[in-house]
Design a protein around this ligand. Structure first.
Ligand code: AMP
Ligand code: MN
Ligand code: MN
Ligand code: MN
Length: 281
């Protein structure tokens, strides 16, 4: 359908309900202004922004797809699974995410103790100061505070020196199982998509094993064109989408104007031979 080809799909972004800097309605307004025609809001482990975003999308005349980005631990690595087109009122999904979120407060306390020991005090209160939704306290909130107190120049450089495995301020966290995250998404009527696969530090072998397990669990899609990938990675993950017969997705992973190098909807198109995740929408 010609109409679909001219549509600008952005199926991955964040609001203040998780670690984005714009409220859900502001994200939608910015997407509409940027020419996005179909937007999914995919806050981390939380559905609370979807109703406001859907209302704003109606007002702004763009199509809205309810989404989520679920934190998963696989092979001792944190990976993210995006759910698209789910029912935000689904009880099992909501309860499972509530349980998943519950560990964030304790992790934040442990992160703050690490920074205290480094001689950087006040990070717990500082991070909560950036978390409009305190239940979703996360590393991005710590990163913003650390920039604010001059520990690093910007959020990207915080994540080069702190908060990641092997660096100070890193606290391992057990997130959801891969199969359960996919099952929650499917039970709520959604489609599971691997978020930014190029960001995981997997060997080729591990990546293939991961994709095979994801498919076996009922996963259907993979992000090919994302704000987290380089142009070389668009090519690499297009190839894997073909090889594993996965639907291809496109999303900016926008968190805020000052932090995201790719703005809402400002991405190249998917390679035309791939079957998009929206092919039957
Ligand atoms: P959390 O779910 O609390 O562990 O935080 C994960 C979030 O931290 C991601 O969704 C990003 O928003 C942010 N993040 C992780 N790594 C980086 C990075 N290298 N640069 C910028 N932001 C990052
Ligand atoms: Mn984030
Ligand atoms: Mn992610
Ligand atoms: Mn994201």
């Amino acid at each position: 359908m010609a109409a679909i080809e001219t549509c600008n799909f952005d199926l991955h972004c964040h609001s203040t309900i998780s670690d984005g800097v714009l409220a859900p309605a502001e994200v939608v307004r910015r997407a509409a202004a940027n020419g996005v025609s179909v937007l999914a809001l995919t806050d981390h482990d939380e559905l609370a922004g979807l109703a406001a975003a859907a209302d704003a999308a109606r007002a702004d005349g763009i199509r809205f797809v309810p989404g989520v980005e679920i934190s998963v631990t696989w092979a001792e690595t944190t990976i993210h699974i995006v759910g698209l087109g789910l029912d935000p009122t689904h009880g099992e999904l909501d309860a499972s995410l509530r349980h998943l979120r519950a560990g964030r407060g304790r992790r934040a306390e442990r992160i703050a103790v690490e920074f205290d020991e480094l001689g950087i005090p006040g990070t717990l209160e500082g991070a909560y100061g950036y978390a409009e939704n305190p239940k979703l306290i996360g590393r991005a909130h710590f990163a913003r505070f650390l920039v604010d107190c001059g520990v690093a120049r910007d959020v990207a450089s915080v994540f080069r020196h702190y908060l990641v495995r092997g660096k100070p301020g890193y606290v391992p966290q057990q997130w959801a199982e891969l199969a359960e995250a996919v099952a929650w998404i499917r039970a709520s009527g959604g489609r599971a998509v691997v978020a930014h696969p190029g960001r995981y530090k997997f060997s080729r072998e591990q990546l293939r094993q991961f994709l095979a397990e994801f498919k076996a669990a009922g996963g259907e899609g993979i992000e090919v064109v994302t704000g987290s990938h380089s142009p070389d990675q668009y090519v690499e993950f297009a190839r894997l989408a073909r090889e594993f017969d996965l639907l291809a997705s496109r999303g900016s992973d926008f968190h805020g104007p000052a932090e995201s190098h790719i703005d809402l909807g400002r991405l190249p198109p998917l390679p035309s031979d791939l079957k998009p995740v929206w092919h039957d929408w």
